[in-house]
Design a protein around this ligand. Structure first.
Ligand SMILES: C[S@@+](CC[C@H](N)C(=O)[O-])C[C@H]1O[C@@H](n2cnc3c(N)ncnc32)[C@H](O)[C@@H]1O
Length: 446
């Protein structure tokens, strides 16, 4: 970039930041005048969401213009250390302990050390690196409190489990990602599109997959036991962390007394949220045995009597086999496509197409990737931000790397969804951009 372009770009970014910040301030001022629980959905207004994206992207781009590149590279290469620090404190229960603190006083590191069993001198270092990322705050010397980030984990085992998926607590994922560079540089493996030939198998052994480990792994092996216990809980956490907007940004209400089939639905946490909001809808949650086993208590706690009243059926079903529910209004798949390479996605979608009626739709809730130069299906960011709002999309790219490591899977752009849809006799009807990391790709029959 030429020096004059640099100047223009930085000025334009500052202008964007000023406008977006004013919008946020306006929202905060209005919020202060509303009753505390006015926003039960926890989804920002469209204006606030847009401002959040602009601020995130513009701050990132400002840093790219002014930062010493060597410092940024250092930060990227060592960012896994932040993940491990967060994993340590979440696993040790620090957010819950800090939640007991008096608001402006915090809890001393000596007390935190006593309650977590972590050496005091080491714990203070762990806490301080997380303070630098905004996760905790050192409110007085050696006294810490939660921030709006760490409060997400308080009294919230699903969110804690989701966070731990990416720390070293959940070895099946972290060890697979460690093998990604070797898998990509391996002349044979690099061209493979098989879910049985990627970093996961280099790490954990031939013919194994995350799903086979969860379903049939040796219960006495602590890694397998941990996977089986934690994964379904973590999927509830994922729903909380990334999916609230799916409920409010898709016109579910217009479907009336529809049947929603949640294909590969885990314990069915998305449908449980929908069931609470739309009392006329009925649900079928389909998954492999471990998830279905764990689904019953989740539904019993969420809507007592839901299965007796036939609001939900919990069904063991392999989505590569014939779909038993014909002509449902909705076949819903959240975070399923990203676990599979294209050929397997086409196979899963083909089974659904065979079961669809003329009014059926398939809804794919995924991290829909926005290419930096834009997509006709997605709203572009204001200039000088790249069309995908820059750093805002980084989280999708990082998940994409995890999917590549685990399954030869992929987060996809709208055009990529359209391409697998066509191969299955379907078309991409519309992309629903939701106010969060996940969006919905709606497919209909061709
Ligand atoms: C990333 S999780 C998503 C779970 C759920 N859709 C959600 O969002 O909470 C993927 C799910 O696919 C399920 N799965 C994997 N292979 C499957 C298969 N062949 N048939 C049915 N479900 C499968 C897993 O058990 C797991 O629950």
């Amino acid at each position: 970039m030429s020096p004059s372009n640099r100047v223009q770009t930085l000025r334009a970014l500052v202008q964007l930041l000023v406008g977006a910040s004013e919008q946020v301030i306006q929202e905060w001022e209005t919020e202060d005048q509303l009753p505390a629980d006015h926003s039960a959905t926890n989804v920002p207004s469209p204006e606030l969401f847009e401002s959040q994206r602009i601020i995130h992207g513009a701050c990132g781009m400002c840093m790219e213009l002014v930062e010493d590149p060597r410092v940024r590279l250092l930060e990227i290469s060592i960012s896994y250390a932040m993940t491990q620090a967060l994993d340590t404190t979440v696993r040790a229960g620090v957010p819950d302990i800090l939640a007991e603190a008096e608001p402006f006083d915090g809890i001393s590191v000596a007390e935190l050390s006593r309650r977590t069993g972590i050496d005091e001198q080491k714990l203070v270092r762990v806490m301080r690196v997380l303070c630098s990322g905004g996760v905790y705050e050192e409110i007085k010397p050696l006294r810490f409190t939660n921030t709006r980030y760490s409060r997400v984990f308080v009294d919230n085992p699903p969110a804690q489990a989701y966070q731990c998926l990416y720390g070293s607590t959940f070895k099946l994922i972290v060890e697979a990602t460690e093998h990604l560079p070797a898998a990509l540089l391996d002349p044979k493996m690099t061209n493979s599109t098989s879910p049985l030939e990627c970093a996961f198998q280099r790490a954990h052994g031939e013919n194994k997959t995350l799903w086979s480990c969860i379903e049939t792994g040796d219960e006495l092996d602590p890694v397998m036991h941990n996977a089986r216990e934690m994964f379904p809980l973590a999927m509830i956490g994922q729903g909380q962390m990334a999916s609230s907007a799916l409920i409010v940004d898709y016109p579910w209400g217009s479907l009336g007394a529809a049947t929603v089939v949640d294909v590969g639905g885990g314990v069915g946490s998305m449908c449980l949220d929908l069931a609470k909001r739309f009392p006329d809808m009925r649900f079928v949650v389909e998954d492999l045995p471990v998830s279905i086993e764990k689904a019953r208590p989740v539904w019993d706690a969420g809507i007592p009597g839901a299965s007796e009243k036939e609001r939900v059926q919990l069904v063991i079903h392999n989505f590569f086999e014939k779909q038993p529910i014909k002509g449902a209004a909705v076949y819903f798949l959240r975070c399923i496509m990203h676990d599979w390479p294209d050929d397997e996605c086409v196979a899963i979608l083909s089974k659904l197409r065979e079961a669809m009626g003329p009014d059926s739709r398939i809804l794919l809730a995924e991290m829909i990737v926005h290419p930096p130069l834009g997509s006709r299906h997605l709203k572009a960011a204001p200039t000088p931000l790249p069309a995908n709002y820059g750093r805002v999309d980084a989280v999708k790219g990082m998940h994409d790397m995890v999917m590549l490591s685990m399954f030869n899977g992929s987060e996809r752009t709208p055009d990529q969804f359209d391409s697998i849809a066509h191969r299955a006799g379907l078309k991409l009807e519309k992309v629903w951009e939701c106010r969060g990391p996940l969006g919905i790709a709606e497919l209909r029959q061709l």
